[in-house]
Structure formats: C-alpha cells, structure tokens
Design a protein around this ligand. Structure first.
Ligand SMILES: [Zn+2]
Length: 182
C-alpha cells in the first residue's frame, strides 16, 4: 500500500464505460420517477438509533425488520463508537427524540485484520499521521462491550438506559447479543 498507484486507484468503470457514480445517478432518475413524498417527520418512528459497521454485506433494515422512517442509522468502519458517533447520537437524542441505542458489529469484520500499524504505514507514505485511531480489534464481543460502555458513559446523551449490543453473523444472518461489561 505504499505505491502511489495503489493509494490512488482509478475509479472503477461500468461495462458501458460510465463510472460507478454515473450508474448511481442513472438509478436515481428511475427512483425519482416513481417517487412520491411520504410526508414523513424527521423524527424516527421507533425512537431508536442503530450504530453499525459499514460492511457491504449487512442489510441493516432487512436484518432488523426496519422500515423507512423507523430509525437513525449511523455507520462507520467497525461500527465503533467514536467521538463523531457520539456527536450523531447526541443530535439524534436531543434534537430528534430517539431514546434507544442498538450497536451492531459482525463476524469477519475487516478491522480484525488491521492494526494501528495501518496508521503508521499511512504516515510513512504521506508524511502526516492521521489524527484518528484505527480502532482495530481482535475480540469482536469485547469491542461491542467497549462501544456499549462508551455510549453509557457519555455525558452528552439524554438516554443511556436502553443500550444493547450485538454481533451479526454474516453466515447465518443472526444477531447474537453481547452481555454488557459488569
Ligand atoms: Zn465490519
């Protein structure tokens, strides 16, 4: 990952020569053609915020039986509770009325194969150390516990009573609940 070629790969192209983004924009035209304003409120109907890994294999709404408008969805690499996730949860609770927090990590997460060395490699390559931690982990359940703890102990949140954490099994589609740290 130290060559400029691999650091800046060309955007992938579609079969007809357009970029992926062109394809998305095209799909949006079709979507908008059949779109009617559902007239929804911005406040999530189920008053829940779901923090999950960005992993492409997790269809969060389908996996949790959620409908459009039901929840806030906050996703990042690992589903880690970073300061920016706390920022989103704080806005979710204080400005938009959510009260429950659900954390979803998963089996086979890419963060299990990374270490903080990832940052050092980047620093060597670009001459600047990223300000963020990689937040890699070895034990996914322990990482869920740590994330739950970060939510529960945040001074900014209004509601930290209903915070539950899970590991989504990408092979079976099942959520396995993780007991919080005692
Ligand atoms: Zn992941």
């Amino acid at each position: 990952m130290s060559t400029s070629a691999s650091a800046h790969p060309a955007p992938s192209a579609t079969a007809d020569g357009g970029s992926v983004t062109d394809r998305l924009v095209e799909a949006n035209r079709t979507y908008a053609a059949g779109f009617t304003d559902p007239g929804m409120d911005a406040r999530p109907v189920l008053k829940v915020a779901v923090v999950a890994c960005m992993d492409a294999r997790i269809d969060l709404h389908a996996a949790l039986g959620l409908e459009l408008g039901d929840c806030h969805t906050i996703r990042n690499a690992g589903g880690v509770v970073t300061d920016d996730v706390i920022r989103s949860l704080t806005i979710s609770q204080r400005a938009l009325g959510t009260r429950s927090v659900v954390l979803v990590h998963h089996t086979g997460c890419g963060l299990e194969s990374l270490t903080e060395e990832f940052r050092h490699d980047i620093e060597r390559e670009v001459g600047q150390r990223p300000a963020w931690a990689v937040e890699s982990f070895r034990d996914v359940e322990q990482d869920v516990r740590q994330s739950m703890q970060r939510v529960r102990t945040s001074p900014f949140l209004l509601s930290t009573e209903d915070v539950r954490g899970f590991v989504f099994d990408v092979k079976t589609g099942l959520l396995n609940e993780v007991a919080p740290a005692v």
